[in-house]
Design a protein around this ligand. Structure first.
Ligand code: SAM
Length: 453
């Protein structure tokens, strides 16, 4: 048996792997080839969660090919382009939401026979139940995703054998990954970690019991989280220490632990050059704000508006930054409006028009003129009125909305449609003129004016 602690460092990476755009270091590609070719014994499937353009998939497939074992790399990804972080790693330009599975197929063509790819939202993951020996995870970007990945895939890992390769382990925005894996040393044993990169690999010690799920912020009270990260910080090479300090900073801000947060900010400023430190600290704060926002929205969905407001008030007492609370409140307002519109769509589909109308009015009550959601709400309103053929309700509702939505072009377009429906052509045209005054290029208003004039 080799005594070399990092035997993958001598693995060569062929051009079919190296040329694929990836968010991986060269050592991580070597590691993925090695772990599939050498470390795995063939006791189950190789799964790649979040392969993006195929950087991880080709490395894993190359390892599988070298091992001579049968089987494929099972790649699962949303394949929905995000301009917020993807273009930084390749020279591809696509709009947000574009399907990039064709690009994945193109980039991984050299390993076509070794790759089984499926487009999948891993918040609703599916797996055949086949045993898994290697689970590469680069898509656990939230508590929700990590919980779902563990729920669906971890029960198929074999204790004492299967590896979970966590590409986001040394990454502050995914601070919950070390909490979940280091927090259960009885269940997970660290087996490998790269020097250059963020990947750390664990082996399952005993059968995974999904009843421990879901994990959330409350599963790791601050004292427990601090102990977990303190151990990581003490053991880390200098190059990795700051990442764990930043990860603990996120948790400290989320929990309102201001003194610890200040100590960590000072440590990061000591360790990193000025500009880097400020950039990383700002990213950690954003990440904490996003985590809090998710918590508030989840509370709204689970326990209703009053509970969400109560949670905001608790956060406000804990956290000094006032502007944060304003941002969280805004996000909650839009979330509640969106939830109302979704509820209205369900009522409409069930032909409960009065209930749909009421939901839309409540959602509009949360919205301001010209916000993008107003258009969705008004379009639903039109569908409700068309379905129930109730001109009186339509008029009543329009009158109710008029004082608040006088500055919204979509509102005037809807008023025009209702007026026209009631045979009031002049009134309809006037409403279109008002809409076009507010939004001269409004496509529906222009179209209707051309049709009606
Ligand atoms: C950091 S990138 C992966 C990089 C890749 N492993 C590599 O080697 O270059 C994260 C990937 O996770 C995917 N992802 C994010 N959320 C997802 C979800 N809900 N379901 C499926 N995939 C998701 C993204 O589409 C993206 O491809």
């Amino acid at each position: 048996m080799s005594t070399d602690p990092k035997p993958w460092q001598r693995i060569d990476v062929p051009p079919e792997v190296a040329r694929v755009p990836a968010m991986l270091t060269a050592e991580e590609r070597r590691y993925l080839i090695w772990t599939t070719a050498v470390a795995c014994q063939g006791g189950g499937a190789v799964v790649d969660l979040g392969p993006w353009l195929g950087g991880s998939s080709t490395a894993l497939a190359e390892g599988l090919r070298r091992s001579g074992r049968p089987g494929k790399v099972h790649c699962r990804d949303l394949f929905s382009w995000s301009r917020s972080y993807m273009p930084g790693y390749c020279d591809v330009e696509l709009p947000d939401g574009a399907d990039f599975m064709p690009l994945f197929r193109e980039q991984t063509a050299a390993y076509r026979d070794l790759i089984d790819v499926r487009q999948m939202d891993l918040t609703r993951a599916e797996w055949s139940g086949e045993p898994i020996e290697l689970l590469f995870v680069d898509a656990a970007k939230s508590w929700e995703l990590l919980n779902e990945i563990l729920r669906v895939f971890a029960p198929c890992l074999e204790p004492g054998v299967s590896r979970v390769v966590l590409q986001d382990f040394r990454h502050a925005p995914t601070y919950f990954i070390p909490l979940v894996f280091d927090g259960r040393p009885d269940l997970w044993e660290e087996v490998e970690a790269v020097d250059h990169g963020t990947t750390v690999t664990f082996r399952l010690r005993r059968a995974f019991d999904p009843t421990v799920l879901p994990y959330d912020e409350a599963s790791f009270p601050f004292a427990a989280a601090r102990a977990i990260f303190a151990a990581r910080i003490a053991a880390a090479a200098p190059a990795h220490r700051t990442v764990f300090e930043l990860a603990l900073l996120v948790k400290a801000v989320v929990e309102g632990e201001r003194d610890v947060a200040d100590e960590l900010r000072a440590a990061v400023r000591r360790e990193l050059p000025d500009r880097d430190a400020e950039e990383h600290l700002a990213a950690a704060e954003d990440c904490a704000a996003a985590a809090l926002s998710r918590q508030v929205r989840a509370t709204f969905d689970r326990d209703g508006p009053a509970a969400a407001e109560e949670m905001l008030a608790r956060i406000e007492r804990r956290i000094a930054e006032r502007e944060w609370i304003a941002v969280l409140r805004e996000q909650l307002r839009l979330h509640a409006a969106r939830a109302g519109i979704e509820a209205a769509a369900r009522e409409l589909a069930a032909h409960r028009y009065a209930a749909a109308n009421a939901e839309i009015l409540a959602a509009l009550g949360r919205l301001r003129p010209a916000e993008p959601l107003v258009r969705s709400a008004l379009s639903l309103l039109e569908q409700v009125w068309t379905a129930e053929q109730d001109a009186d309700r339509a008029l009543g509702t329009l009158r109710e909305l008029a004082p608040r939505f006088d500055g919204d072009a979509d509102f005037h377009v809807l008023a025009a449609i209702v007026a026209r429906h009631r045979g009031r052509t002049d009134e309809a045209l006037e409403a279109l003129v008002r809409a076009l005054r507010l939004a001269p290029a409004h496509a529906d208003a222009l179209r209707l004016r051309a049709e009606w004039s």
